[in-house]
Design a protein. Sequence first.
Length: 649
Amino acid sequence: MYFENLQYLYLIPLAVLPLLIYLIFRKKPKKLVFSSLFLLKNLSKNVNRRTKIKDIILLIVRTILILSVILIFAGPFLGDRTDFDPGKRTSAVFYLDTSSSMADESAGTTKFDAARNILIRSINGVPENTTAFILTSDPGEKFKGNKKDALKFLNSVNIYGRERPLKEITGFADSLFNDISNTNKILLLLTDGLVDAGENISFETSYRRHALLFTSDESRKADMSVDSVIISNRTFLRISLTSAAGKQTRLELYQDGRKIYAQEIVFGSERYKMVNVELKDIGNAGAAVTVEVNDESSNLLNNSYNFTINDLEKKKMLLIGDKDSRAVKNILSLIDTNPDSVLLPQVIDHEAVNSVKLSDFSLLFFSSISNFSSFTASSVKNYVTEGGSAYFSAGDKLNLNDYSANLVGSLGFPPVSGYEKFTDSYAGIRIEEMKHPIFSDVFSEGFTGANSVEIFNYYKVLNRNWTNLITVAKNPLFLEKKLGRGSILFLTTGLEKNNSNILENGISVPVVLNSLLYLAGSESDYNASKTIGDTVESDSYFYLTKPGKSLDKAHDELSKKFFLKSPGFYRAYSDEGVFLKQTAVNYEREKFEDNTEMIKENFSSKIINYNDYSDTDLISFESRDLKDHLLILILTLLCAEILIVRLVK
């Protein structure tokens, strides 16, 4: 217990006044002498005993009464309020974490629900002169006002689904408290510690900082998640699943609301699973696709993943090589023979590659690597990292100096360990990754070799972090690597007749044509879907309807920029109401480390265990005043004294 006015405690000795008065003015009972009336003698003893008990009770009541009056003036309270002035207003900033991880469920309650309920109870107990500021993970969701309106606001808050940098919260508190004075200041976080900590947190202003940290039970480790979807050639999907507990689930795909695929998935001892799915009936029009897993434990926000497949459109391809070479001519012919080809090739010489804007093209094809400057390597690296793709054929005139210095150094190509050339014979190939999308619908199940393929020479490379798609004499022949948002394919031989017969063989379909189509559409789901909190922008005004809503030009907003606030499929329309495209939106996947210890170092923290979600004590940033309790006690004592004096004889 603490006191606001300690000086009044010096009056506590006054509590002995009733005792002193009693000792000074008490009357001794008179002695009555009876010779033979023993009955009257016993009666006198009983009267004296009752009188003494009554005096002692009154003495105790009056002593407690005086103590209570003194304590009221002293201002008692429970808790630690040494940095609070009860005469000042209070400004409190509350941060309620509404990110995806707060949807983790334990014992039938999510961390978010537990945090919101505790915050509601806390705000309900603050002083009436408190100004509350409430922030959530949604930067556009904020509140300032009294506690009555704050409670209404909290009842409307739900999971947002994206993490907010903690630096924004502390920065807001610093800015707010720096501009106000003569007020009590406090910042309270309600989070699970899985936050975007960013840089080290520092505080420019001195104020009281508290944190409530919510934990999950073991079911979180068994949670299953659809993490991402990679789309190749518009029809081939590579779905990434995660499960820490080796669970079994059912994977289902819905295209424009219609179920098109279902499969049982067993993780076993694996934590990650990549599932390949081919869509058969996409056509040239776009599609809205949702991937779902059947998982009823822990966090349900990551059980589905939305993405879109865009309308079929032509993509520009830059072919770097000699336009008169047989290889270049055959590649152009192979592309043109495909009636549904989406590639628009443009041929330039090697010397002109640095004069072209690479970002204007969806795909680069290097028919040989006769020279490759550091500037070219840097440009290609930036291009691929940002979502472009490139195909490299070594040819028979590989410039080893440029290759080692620029391709190995900048792009991470495998080092060359030798050169194999067959004069009177050739080497066959072996397909190592038959499930790769470039081999889709090319070979029958179980096929691994192509006996008619002849490789006359190739460069031996040391495979480092590349995927072997095809080998020759147990050496890598055709390799793939992901780099940033794009992909690279590398053929260690050439496409001229003196290098191989690939272009004259059916293997040209997967090795060349399918590979080009794969690369043209191989950018992962950066454009196929967005995350809550992202924006959709345009240079002209347009409408954007929310998931499940139809266009209503009379009421829908017309703007150049929209924020995406909920998962699902948004549809964009021109200002005239013409449909433009649809955008898929997902909750953010949990990707941040547990920063509980960092928060403990900077905040006065309390761990809220999942077992205590429902019966956690009220958390209040203000201490509890005991004056009202003492007033009730004084009134009770006064009534008790009146009753004792009047009724007890």
